[in-house]
Design a protein around this ligand. Structure first.
Ligand SMILES: *[C@@H]1O[C@H](CO)[C@@H](O)[C@H](O)[C@H]1NC(C)=O
Ligand SMILES: *[C@@H]1O[C@H](CO)[C@@H](O)[C@H](O)[C@H]1NC(C)=O
Ligand SMILES: *[C@@H]1O[C@H](CO)[C@@H](O)[C@H](O)[C@H]1NC(C)=O
Ligand SMILES: *[C@@H]1O[C@H](CO)[C@@H](O)[C@H](O)[C@H]1NC(C)=O
Length: 395
């Protein structure tokens, strides 16, 4: 009797232990000392500021009223305030993540700052390399800051940031790697060129393969936690609603978004997730987290009022008029464009990018909510960091 009781309590103990261990592999455990970020304007925290000193191109996100709500001046962020990555850094107790591209200071000057986070994301960047994009779309220019170039910058800057090989390995291992969003710009070329969905579906395997091979390379270098966001519901983008509406006439009656473009974004996201699953099988010890930007944002398009977006989700806050306050020739920051009075009541900032409030709510849905696969461990975010420390010491 006694022995069977102790046997069953042993079984219970073992089951609990297995659950704890299992959750350890399912959930991102431990906290992060740094954020290493790759991507485009959704994550760029100021590289345009630096680029503006070395090229004579006009960078839209450096114009007023960009940055107006939070920074009270343009910072190169393509919004009226902070981005998802800014909220993430704050919640992890890290300083705002500095752009890697810098005009005046050398890498060595900034190496100490970069230990807590370094951002290789550049507005306008594509997943596919610029020679490929330029060959496909010779009439349009693209910035030479593709994922491959960003990864090269990362490798080249490592010796300054973390010294020797073992030190660098632990730097990468203890960092949260934010891989995107990237790929949205790749599709903007065929989209603005008026191609059919079927014509640009052919780029999805290439784009997702490029993201996946970068993820693989980072894992080889010791990455332990990677967050890979999918694409936004681009059929709800004011720019595409303005430019391509006559081609893709079918609107979703509950959101007003273009059905076929949203299906295309889901097509990209599904392929990306399938490929992420394959890496997870090869590297079960790595926390490879898919961030569902698509459905996190769809919440707003479905019921904007529930989130305080009383001016709706489709019309841009900053623009030069038109049905969605987006005009492809006169964009936010340009002459005769105006900014709305209450940006927090809009999802869309400038027709392409979202408002600070939308990014804040997406951050919460992703990193504190349920819009990730597997679930992101929100125990690491400041309010509960002690619980997080306890959990990781238990493992
Ligand atoms: C650019 O990408 C294409 C397609 O993935 C590839 O064939 C080509 O070798 C790449 N070029 C460079 C310079 O990396
Ligand atoms: C893009 O930049 C990379 C790295 O700086 C360089 O090696 C490459 O030649 C550049 N490509 C083009 C097409 O300018
Ligand atoms: C690498 O650098 C760290 C700290 O900078 C040092 O403690 C460690 O001994 C170094 N390891 C090797 C193999 O040089
Ligand atoms: C965009 O702005 C231009 C120049 O002001 C104007 O001619 C055009 O009609 C506008 N387009 C839309 C869709 O409002």
């Amino acid at each position: 009797m006694t022995s069977s009781l102790s046997y069953s309590s042993l079984v219970v103990y073992f089951v609990i232990l297995m659950m704890v261990l299992r959750s350890g592999s399912l959930y991102a455990n431990g906290c992060y000392k740094s954020i290493i970020s790759f991507g485009d304007s959704l994550a760029d925290t100021g590289s345009q500021e630096e680029l503006s000193h070395i090229t004579d191109q006009l960078y839209q996100c450096l114009l007023s009223p960009y940055g107006e709500t939070f920074f009270h001046k343009p910072t190169g962020r393509c919004s009226n305030g902070r981005l998802i990555i800014d909220f993430l850094a704050e919640s992890l107790g890290l300083p705002m993540i500095q752009p890697f591209l810098h005009n005046k200071k050398t890498i060595d000057d900034r190496a100490v700052t970069f230990r807590q986070g370094v951002n290789y994301a550049v507005a306008g960047a594509t997943a596919l390399n610029s020679s490929f994009i330029e060959a496909e779309w010779p009439e349009r220019s693209v910035i030479n800051a593709s994922l491959e170039v960003q990864l090269t910058w990362f490798k080249e800057s490592l010796p300054s940031i973390c010294g020797n090989t073992s030190d660098c390995k632990s730097f990468i291992k203890s960092s949260l790697i934010l891989m995107g969003e990237i790929g949205g710009n790749d599709y903007s070329f065929p989209l603005f060129a008026g191609k059919s969905i079927d014509e640009f579906k052919q780029y999805v395997p290439l784009v997702t393969d490029t993201i996946i091979s970068t993820v693989n390379e980072l894992i080889e270098m010791g990455a332990q936690t990677l967050v890979v966001p999918g694409n936004f519901p681009i059929g709800c983008s004011s720019s595409y609603l303005t430019v391509r509406a006559s081609d893709y006439e079918e609107y979703d009656p509950t959101t007003g978004c273009l059905v076929s473009l949203n299906e295309f974004a889901e097509y990209h996201n599904n392929m990306l997730q399938k490929k992420l699953n394959m890496i997870r099988e090869l590297h079960p010890d790595v926390n490879l987290i898919y961030a569902d930007y698509y459905n996190a944002a769809m919440q707003f398009y479905r019921s904007p009022n529930a989130f305080g977006f009383t001016n709706g989700a489709l019309k841009a806050c900053c623009g030069a008029g038109g049905p969605f306050n987006y005009n492809v020739t006169v964009r936010c920051g340009g002459e005769s464009t105006t900014m709305c009075d209450q940006p927090d009541t809009y999802v869309n900032w400038d027709g392409v990018h979202l408002t600070e409030m939308a990014y804040k709510l997406i951050f919460e849905s992703i990193f504190q909510g349920s819009y990730t696969t597997p679930q992101f461990n929100s125990l690491c975010l400041t309010s509960a960091s002690q619980v997080g420390a306890r959990l990781s010491s238990l493992m």
